[in-house]
Design a protein around this ligand. Structure first.
Ligand SMILES: [Zn+2]
Length: 273
């Protein structure tokens, strides 16, 4: 039987060892925390902060190979409705424009002009607007997902000097593993929570109602920049949408402002510092 003295020494030793190890563990944890995080969980962001009345208008500038062909053959007059940007400019409304590589190549001057206007922020909407999954609103299935992202980054950067940080899947179609492809290209995938339903919709009142009913704090509203055949009533609906949402107390901001606290590019920026 150990004496009381031995028991005391034994307990003291155990307590000291325990506190030594806990200090060591804490130090290790601290060191881990300051090491830049390499693996970022790929996500798609569909809205901003629900506690603030900031919202974002986003416009997709779609262009598939077949749309481009129809434009060149003069079967379609235009795939850019300038009345949309005119309204945004007249009302001083910021917006984020998701541009496909084919649209940028077809409208290089317009792409430059949009990128230079401080009201706008440009983003990546793939190269050929092909579906990342089967059965995506009849879109042709994509052949090279990486190329769709990287090539468009190059086209937009060459034209504007800007490297976009947001990407939107054509038709919003994707599989979980596609988010990793987006993430690996140093892009953040962006969806929406307020769909305007403006694609092929000739009735502007329907678009207005959809947006007003679906918009809430932090909303990302999705519309199209194409006009004519693809989004014939968007420009007619837009002035009312802007007016009514302002009356409801919302403030329009660009996506980077809406998402300043939550997008993973903020982490990329942090890593680069
Ligand atoms: Zn699109």
């Amino acid at each position: 039987m150990p004496s009381k003295k031995y028991k005391l020494i034994l307990i003291t030793t155990l307590v000291l060892s325990a506190s030594f190890f806990s200090c060591t563990t804490t130090k290790t944890a601290d060191t881990t925390r300051i090491t830049p995080q390499k693996k970022i969980t790929p996500t798609i962001i569909n809205h901003g902060n629900r506690d603030e009345k900031n919202i974002s208008l986003t416009f997709d500038a779609d262009m598939t190979a077949s749309m481009q062909k129809k434009l060149f053959n003069k079967q379609i007059k235009s795939l850019y409705d300038k009345k949309i940007t005119d309204t945004l400019e007249q009302t001083g409304t910021p917006a984020t424009i998701f541009i496909t590589g084919l649209w940028a190549q077809t409208y290089p001057e317009e792409t430059k002009s949009i990128s230079q206007n401080p009201l706008y922020e440009i983003a990546n909407h793939s190269l050929t607007h092909s579906g990342f999954t089967k059965n995506c609103y009849g879109l042709t299935i994509v052949t090279d997902k990486n190329k769709e992202l990287i090539e468009t980054q190059k086209i937009l950067n060459n034209l504007t000097g800007i490297t976009p940080k947001y990407f939107r899947f054509p038709g919003g179609c994707y599989e979980q593993k596609d988010l990793e492809i987006v993430n690996n290209a140093e892009l953040q995938a962006i969806g929406w929570d307020a769909i305007s339903g403006d694609a092929f919709q000739p009735n502007s009142q329907k678009i207005i109602n959809n947006v007003l009913n679906r918009t809430t704090n932090g909303s990302i509203i999705v519309m199209h920049l194409n006009g004519a055949h693809n989004a014939p009533a968007t420009s007619k609906a837009l002035p009312t949408i802007i007016k009514k949402l302002k009356e409801k107390g919302y403030t329009f901001v660009k996506l980077s402002e809406l998402l300043k606290d939550q997008d993973s590019n903020a982490i990329f920026d942090f890593q680069k510092k």
